[in-house]
Design a binder for this molecule. Structure first.
Ligand code: UGA
Length: 466
């Protein structure tokens, strides 16, 4: 199908899905001056967004949503026919979670959304996928939407993956470092260049390619980031065994511009709604395509990442003298990283829950994620401040490196705890500062701390599985 002559001067933009990705994309497109209609199948979510209320925490986004619902440039609807009636370009921003027990991504929401839209289109349209999908999805979608669209309606499907980070979503959308346009026609490229005209003028690099490459670019980027973190964690393990310091190691290798400093932070490892599931989905797709090496490399990345949680728990047990049963522990942080209230596959919350399972009395404090953490782990205790969480604790574990937590004053915090003992699972604190204030400090792979927990005090795998 072709979109010959379609490129409207001021395309009206449709967005399907109002999670982190869709809401941010819709609000940012309105900020760039477009009329935007965003659709979600949940009427409750639509009502909240229309009232300018975000169903999740994301810095700067609520203000944009309120500004553009007020200006009239941004509307929310639960009916996809509303999009079909007015929009020229439709961005697919629905979820692609890990499918059940397997490793593959579940793309059913992508297909359902695109097919529902195609069925009510009354004019030619460009559907642009932004969700993270297995390579080959666009090709299958083209067939699906073509079957559903009325005769004479031309629909093209392009892929324009999103690289935004939670916590920086608005800035990453308005000022991305690159735009990857996976298109099958010059007309689709022209339309997308119109949509992003200001972003391109402000310096974003543009890569024009085919949809399959665009799909793969996204998962490759996340898999690479995950691999980089796991490499840092392996070096941390080596440093710990050898009495060396992983923070100095990372700083030193990062000075090589071919390596760079980012994503070399050793500690509790990666989590969230993207890196873990994208890594696994890539393994599953590589298997389908018969590329065996991918499973070997990326499988180890996933395994090492999971083992960081176990290592953190082992260290907590060792610091508590061989058992955490009956020990009062403060868990500082529950979100999978700072800047978000997202607790999906959060290593921080997983560690807090497993310490509780081992018999500890765990009190969690997170600056923004307490509510989501409570919904996921209702049996944990929660506190309204870091100080309250630390009251009478014999171990404090820093699990998410929020600035508020990294800035805590060790001298002041001593007054709240029973034993001044800090396990810094993110290597985010200055060990000397805490030690000078009388704290026992333990990081990960740091020479300023004591080396490996003794074999005798290690928790058995059996105990950890319980
Ligand atoms: C990630 C990618 O960074 C985005 O580019 C991508 O668009 C997004 O996934 C997505 O696919 O939608 P995000 O999940 O928001 O973004 O989180 P990151 O900032 O990438 O952090 C991921 C995890 O890595 C966090 O748990 C973080 O704590 C951990 N991490 C990060 C480390 O353990 N060490 C580091 O040095 C850096």
């Amino acid at each position: 199908m072709t979109l010959d002559g379609m490129a409207p001067l001021e395309p009206v933009i449709g967005v399907i899905g109002t999670g982190y990705l869709g809401t941010t994309h819709a609000a940012c497109m309105a900020e760039l001056g477009f009329d935007v209609v965003a659709q979600d199948q949940s009427p409750e979510r639509v009502a909240r967004l229309a009232a300018g209320e975000l169903p999740f925490y994301e810095p700067a986004l609520a203000e944009l949503v309120r500004r553009h619902t007020a200006s009239g440039r941004l509307r929310f609807t639960h009916d996809v026919a509303d999009l079909a009636a007015v929009a020229d370009v439709h961005f697919l921003c629905v979820g692609t979670p890990q499918a059940g027990e397997g490793m593959a991504a579940d793309t059913s929401q992508v297909f359902a959304a695109a097919e529902a839209l195609a069925a009510c289109l009354e004019r030619d349209a460009l559907i642009v996928g932004k969700s993270t999908v297995p390579v080959g999805t666009t090709e299958a979608l083209v067939a699906a939407v073509t079957r559903r669209a009325a005769p004479g309606i031309d629909v093209e499907v392009a892929w324009n993956p999103e690289f935004l980070r939670e916590g920086h979503a608005v800035d990453d959308t308005l000022r991305p470092d690159r735009l990857v346009l996976g298109v099958s026609s010059a007309e689709a490229e022209k339309i997308l260049r119109q949509v992003y005209v200001d972003v391109i003028r402000d310096g974003a690099a543009v890569v024009v390619t085919d949809p399959a490459t665009a799909e793969l670019v996204k998962v490759a980027a996340n898999a690479f980031l995950a691999t980089k973190i796991t490499f840092a964690n392996l070096m941390g393990e080596l440093c710990e065994a050898a009495g060396a310091d992983v923070t100095t190691l990372a700083e030193s290798i990062g000075l090589d511009p071919r390596i760079g400093h980012q994503f070399l932070g050793a500690g509790l490892g990666f989590g969230g709604g993207c890196l873990p599931k994208d890594l696994r989905a890539l393994i599953a797709r590589a298997d389908e395509l018969g590329v065996g090496h991918a499973r070997r490399l990326l499988g180890v990345v996933d395994e090492v990442n999971e083992s960081q949680r176990t290592r953190t728990i082992e260290t907590a047990v060792e610091l508590c003298g061989g058992s955490v049963a009956g020990v009062r522990i403060a868990a500082l942080g529950a979100a999978f990283k700072p800047g978000t209230d997202d607790v999906r596959d959060s290593p921080s919350l997983a560690v807090a829950a497993r310490l509780r399972d081992l018999g500890a009395t765990v009190t969690v404090y997170d600056p923004h994620a307490n509510d989501n953490a409570r919904a996921a782990e209702p049996d944990l205790c929660f506190a309204a401040t870091a100080q309250d969480a630390c009251r009478d604790a014999s171990l404090v574990v820093l699990l998410t490196e929020w600035e508020e937590l990294v800035r805590l004053d060790p001298g002041e915090l001593s007054a709240y705890v029973a034993v001044p003992r800090m396990l810094d699972a993110r290597n985010a604190l200055d060990p000397q500062r805490w030690q000078l204030a009388g704290w026992e400090h333990r990081g990960f792979g740091r020479s300023s701390d004591r080396a490996q927990p003794s074999a005798g005090s290690r928790v058995s795998e059996m105990e950890l599985m319980q």
